[in-house]
Design a protein around this ligand. Structure first.
Ligand SMILES: [Fe+2]
Ligand SMILES: [Fe+2]
Length: 198
């Protein structure tokens, strides 16, 4: 696993800007901490974190062409907001270029932007680590870090709600997977439509 981590770092370092590499370092640390706290595999969390933004600096047209090349089915929302593809494309490239075969790791990378229904603990850890890593600074980040100390599902829901508000305020498209993920989480929390963060 250590060798794969090293290969993944070499791959990510070659693809990312210095600021995004610093973010990635923060996500690795946060993901390992969350994995320890909530019982996910720390090694897998570290590897997924290293890989997660590996396609982030590519730009829309390149993401769209790579997605087609890698056999990723591009939906209508991704067509219009191609940055949403940076997770799925990173997973496909990691499989081919870093030889990562672990489906759990690749899935966590693929869905780190949108979330998805039936998220595994590892999926949630990566999704949340992306928000709470030490370099992040947005309104509500401290409350989210506190939530992340206590309850993984509620913290993921809180991060999703914040993202949805942000996206709605800007008039951007919402990916249906985020809606499905949120509904699934509310169901898990035994919610009846009032199960948002307290
Ligand atoms: Fe990302
Ligand atoms: Fe990220």
């Amino acid at each position: 696993m250590q060798e794969q981590h090293n290969q993944a770092w070499a791959w990510a370092s070659g693809r990312l800007s210095p600021s995004r590499l610093a973010h990635t370092r923060g996500v690795v640390k946060a993901a390992q901490d969350l994995a320890r706290r909530f019982g996910a595999d720390e090694e897998k969390a570290g590897l997924a974190a290293i890989l997660h933004d590996g396609a982030k600096n590519l730009g829309g047209p390149r993401l769209l062409s790579l997605a087609r090349q890698e056999g990723i089915i591009v939906d209508i929302v991704q067509q219009q907001a191609p940055d949403l593809l940076h997770g799925p494309v990173a997973a496909a490239l990691a499989r081919r270029e870093v030889n990562v075969q672990d489906e759990a790791v690749l899935h966590a990378v693929a869905i780190h932007t949108t979330g998805a229904p039936d998220m595994s603990t590892l999926d949630k850890v990566i999704y949340l680590a992306d928000y709470v890593e030490q370099g992040r600074n947005f309104p509500g980040v401290e409350a989210l870090r506190q939530a992340a100390d206590r309850d993984l599902d509620r913290a993921v829901l809180q991060a999703m709600d914040g993202t949805l508000r942000y996206v709605i305020d800007r008039g951007w498209l919402i990916h249906p997977l985020t809606v499905e993920a949120r509904n699934w989480l509310l169901g898990r929390l035994g919610a009846d439509g009032k199960g948002g963060p307290d």
